[in-house]
Write a protein that binds this ligand. Structure first.
Ligand code: DQA
Length: 146
């Protein structure tokens, strides 16, 4: 088994640090990438960390992960609440997927309470900020190594 996880980030997450700091804090996406790299390395794994503002690109990366990775951590951002195509992509690859959100989507606007990804995910972590990414990496590795 390859010891690589894909960490995929959806639209506007490249703006972290400047984007709605009252909700998302001051951490940047490159800070999160660094945290993920360190967490994975501490467990003997590596990550492929990517971000796109384009739905089709994220779908292509999920398919690529199906060939190259053992699992996926995904923060689909706003596509969480809109994208049947992302759910289908997750279902199309036989990999464990953990959905992560920095904010607690259930404590926000009603339109954020629905996730198209959750029904196809192994698990969901939300509301714990960037630490949620670390927890998801630990959970994926635990799931894959047990
Ligand atoms: C988010 C929550 C989504 O509702 C929102 O559209 C985002 C970020 C989060 O990480 O909290 O872009 O996925």
């Amino acid at each position: 088994m390859t010891k690589t996880l894909f960490v995929l980030n959806g639209p506007n997450l490249n703006m972290l640090g400047r984007r709605e700091p009252g909700i998302y804090g001051s951490i940047t996406l490159s800070d999160i990438e660094e945290m993920c790299r360190k967490k994975a390395a501490s467990l003997g794994w590596s990550i492929e960390f990517r971000q796109s503002n384009h739905e089709g690109q994220i779908i292509d990366w999920i398919h690529e992960a199906g060939e190259k990775a053992a699992g996926i951590l995904i923060n689909p951002a706003a596509y969480t609440h809109t994208s049947v195509a992302l759910q289908d992509a997750v279902r199309a690859v036989s990999l464990p997927v953990i959905e992560v959100h920095l904010s607690n989507i259930h404590a926000r606007e009603a339109f954020r309470h629905t996730s198209f990804i959750s029904p196809a995910a192994l698990g969901v972590i939300c509301g714990l900020g960037a630490q949620g990414y670390e927890f998801a990496i630990e959970a994926l590795v635990h799931h894959l190594e047990q």
